[in-house]
Design a protein around this ligand. Sequence first.
Ligand code: SIN
Length: 555
Amino acid sequence: MDDGSRYLLSFDTFRLPHHLTDVLVVGTGVAGYSAALAAADLGTRVLVVSKGELDASNTGWAQGGVAAVTNGKREAFEAHVHDTLDVGQGLCDPAVVRDVVTHAPERIADLIRRGARFDGEPGSPALALEGGHSEPRVLHARGDATGAEIRDTLRRAAQGSPNVDLWPRTFLVDLLTDEDGRCRGALLLTPQGLRSVWAGAVVLATGGYAQLFRESTNVPGATGDGIAAALRAGAVLRDLEFVQFHPTTLYLAGVPRFLISEAVRGEGAHLVDDKGRRFAFETDPRGELAPRDVVSRAILHQLARDDVQGVFLDMTHLGARMATRFPGIAAACRAHGLDPTRDRIPVRPAAHYTIGGVVVDREGASSVPGLYAAGEVSASGLHGANRLASNSLLEGLVLGHRAGLASSAAAAASPPRAMHLRGAGTGAGPEGHLDEEDLRASLRALLWRMVGIERHGGALTGAVAAVGGWEGFARRVGPDTVERFVLLDMLAVARRVAEAALRREESRGTHFRRDFPVRDDALWRCHLLHRSGQAVWKAPAAALPPAVPAAGARP
Ligand code: SIN
């Protein structure tokens, strides 16, 4: 298993300007800010960096909302736990699910205390229904701008904290580890050049890798860099094969893909073909609100039919309510000449959320001492083989906060100190020519076609070989720009995703194999793990609770 060099570029920390902080948080989405604020509120000095501008995270694009029980009723918590486990298809960690669900109210209260406003009346929020939820429990803000409301609230709090420094446009090149394998900080490429930042603990909150796919609902930065850096630093990764495809993104050639929230279907929008035929109930009795993998495949099958010219979301019967409940979506449609009160909206599935990532415990600690992770970059055990809609903002709030507390304690026990570390980079130098744009486009097209919604062993074998070959070439040419660092990170994660998808010979959750179309608990109720220099291996799934009610049954 050739994973290349430990570091992406050659360096000597004695020759670099350096900076010390108690906790370094990489990423400015809900998980990153939650971690930073938890640590900063304890008096810990925190440096938060983001690859692009501070607001350029997926959090800000989240439309549907945040799933949380707000009525305090035991049955409501049990139902949320049940729905999460049901959608996760045997691979959630039930203890983590219960932990996150039961801590939701205190994190929502904290957001409100910091100034967030959710739709509805104080103490009686408006609740939406989304796929896989047995009852409405999704809080939303500004109609369909929940993520932006949460991001803005947390960013303002971070900007107002005397203990938080914020560095935008700062790229994580690599995590720095000492001779014992402990994470001591990071190599960061700032607008002023390369810096070593020494930290008592590092929290990765860099998001996922949905931009590895040609069709994606994500911000351009969702390229898996944090996962690749953690892999090089020796961290164990898990569940990379589980990529959630969202059924409905606005699909107009030449126009950036734009998510049409599942909450729109929750309000009653229908999926239809070009003749107006409603087809979702042909594959699942839950129709348009079946789990996302089911609905995405139903759309794919329609699009493959010779007699179907396209798939549309029909919300014309919702009338003017559409524009007041979903102002952002209505505006995006109108910007492209579509009036959702009169026109059907052309939609297709796209990669939306990546479940795999850095394995962490309930405190957010990874297998590398001193390294923590939270949010989409992590594999916490909350989502299993598929993620319940609107559970991701919740995960960022609860487990981001937890990682902030734990990293603060770790930094107190092991304060930052500058060290002399040297690394040899990946490439031989600027030899050969690499057309980065072409390779990036080819990689995303290949993953969409061969590692996408429906997979097959033959195509996956080809994908592993192709990506491995491209990765080898790109490494030999070597990185010298952020774009090339990102490309190498994308290739490293993509190869692991394809390898895991090839290895898992069953269908479960988001992972569908045409050659193994059935879930196989006897062989595959397990996780696939990855570590640099090792072939992928199997590890048992957490024990299920004694009696998980059958799908559809209420606990
Ligand atoms: C949506 O609004 O459909 C996305 C919500 C989510 O992915 O949790």
